[in-house]
Write a protein that binds this ligand. Structure first.
Ligand code: FE2
Length: 438
């Protein structure tokens, strides 16, 4: 049942406020930390902050609201397509006080626009789409800013509770039966253009890991000289491994006694064996899978494992059903600043019995980033279309750093196969042998 106009208004307001609370928490650091570029891969935090406000101004204040610009003079500075991340510290950016004032002014106007909107009459306003798009944009930057925090050096500044210990021992794999399923969505109101439309996909039967690959499993790959053996790596992967001198996940280091440690938001700690491995690039995930006698799942396989309900034959909104996520379903929203051990969140398992698909770590898939059949740009080509067909690999399911407004089962993320600063891990899949396939 679709919500009433007032219910939708309340939901939009709460969603925008949740995003702003997170942005504020991630930017409550001193001026030096805000304006420093902690890695050439990332913007200074102060760029993200004003960029969040600028996108909100462009879409909600000017387009939806039809209001006068707040700061038309800064549009160019905060256009992500005009300036590479590495060049952003050299721009005449708003200082921290100006940036905070700017995002606050924009937000006040957005609440006026929200109050006046009937959520109908044009595609941007129908079902509050543009508000949802901007809420997702802020939360995606909140995850990017969290990755910047992981890259910065120095004392910890972020704090969160540790996830509850895992409660379940699970079988290693689940068999997904052959057949059609519905991939993508035509009904999710805030789904972005690349998730549309719903379409039927036929897959042969396959096996998929019940949980993401753990640190303990990944250490076996390292111990078996996985980084030294060319046969596990693709040609491009091996070339990158040599050139970047990869030998372990990013942020890992080895103690003199041979034990593995990691740096996590300023803490140095022993690598927890049962947590999903993260900060590995696509090439490392691919090499591990080959070493394990498996492969990475395609995007379609991941989505079928997550959504297909064999009892009804339909695809669910989320692995657990059609209800929005709660803290019992998945590790989302930066409630914890780490993935949870495998065997956690049993309430979030899919109908087929696959666990921890949503939250914890983004999962690398073998697929490139391509449009679904009948793809139509909405509302602008720079969201998805300009990225189709690049060297990207897709990532699914969101991480502990992803907000629920983003972490749909149909949501598609993509990145270059060499990227490791994102909160990404993976699970493996494999074809069935003739006897297993029956
Ligand atoms: Fe952006």
């Amino acid at each position: 049942m679709s919500p009433s106009t007032e219910e939708l208004r309340t939901h939009v307001a709460a969603t925008l406020q949740r995003g702003r609370a997170r942005t504020t928490a991630l930017t409550e650091v001193d001026e030096h930390e805000l304006t420093t570029q902690h890695s050439p891969l990332m913007s200074p935090l102060i760029w993200d902050l004003a960029h969040i406000g600028n996108q909100e101004e462009l879409w909600l204040v000017r387009d939806v609201g039809g209001r006068e610009p707040v700061r038309a003079d800064i549009d160019e500075l905060y256009d992500a397509f005009k300036h590479s991340r590495s060049s952003r510290p050299g721009l005449p950016l708003l200082n921290p006080a100006e940036a905070r004032g700017y995002v606050g002014t924009v937000r006040d106007k957005v609440f006026d626009v929200l109050e006046a909107s009937s959520f109908s009459g044009n595609p941007l306003e129908d079902n509050a789409f543009a508000f949802g798009m901007i809420a997702q944009h802020e939360q995606q930057h909140a995850e990017t800013m969290l990755a910047t925090h992981q890259l910065r050096r120095g004392e910890p500044v972020l704090h969160a509770a540790t996830p509850a210990p895992a409660t379940r021992a699970l079988p290693p794999e689940v068999i997904v039966p052959a057949g059609e399923f519905t991939m993508g969505t035509s009904t999710e109101p805030w789904a972005l253009d690349n998730e549309r439309s719903a379409h039927q996909v036929h897959l042969p039967a396959f096996a998929i890991d019940t949980t993401p690959v753990t640190n303990e499993q990944y250490q076996e790959f390292i111990a078996d000289d996985g980084y030294g053996r060319r046969e596990w790596w693709s040609a491009a992967g091996w070339e990158h491994r040599l050139q970047a001198e990869l030998g372990a996940p990013q942020f890992w280091q080895r103690a003199d006694d041979g034990s593995w440690w990691r740096r996590r938001f300023g803490h140095l700690e022993a690598v927890p064996p049962r947590e999903p491995v993260m900060h590995v690039c696509f090439y490392e995930a691919e090499a591990y899978a080959r070493w394990a006698g498996k492969r990475l799942p395609t995007e379609a396989e991941w989505e079928k494992a997550a959504r297909f309900d064999p009892a009804s034959g339909r695809s669910r909104r989320f692995p657990w059903g059609d209800d929005d996520p709660t803290p019992e379903h998945a590790n989302l929203g930066q409630r914890h600043l780490r993935p949870a051990a495998v065997g956690s969140y049993s309430a979030g398992a899919s109908a087929l019995g696959v666990h921890q698909l949503i939250g914890d770590v983004w999962e690398w898939c073998s697929s490139g980033f391509h449009p679904y059949p009948g793809f139509a740009v909405f509302p602008y080509a720079e969201y998805s279309q300009v990225f189709f067909g690049g060297d990207y690999r897709t990532l699914r399911g969101g991480s502990f750093g992803t907000d629920e407004v983003v972490a749909r089962s149909t949501f598609r993320n993509w990145d270059h196969p060499i990227r490791r600063q994102i909160f990404a891990g993976f699970r493996c899949a494999r074809d069935l042998s003739p006897s297993e396939a029956g």
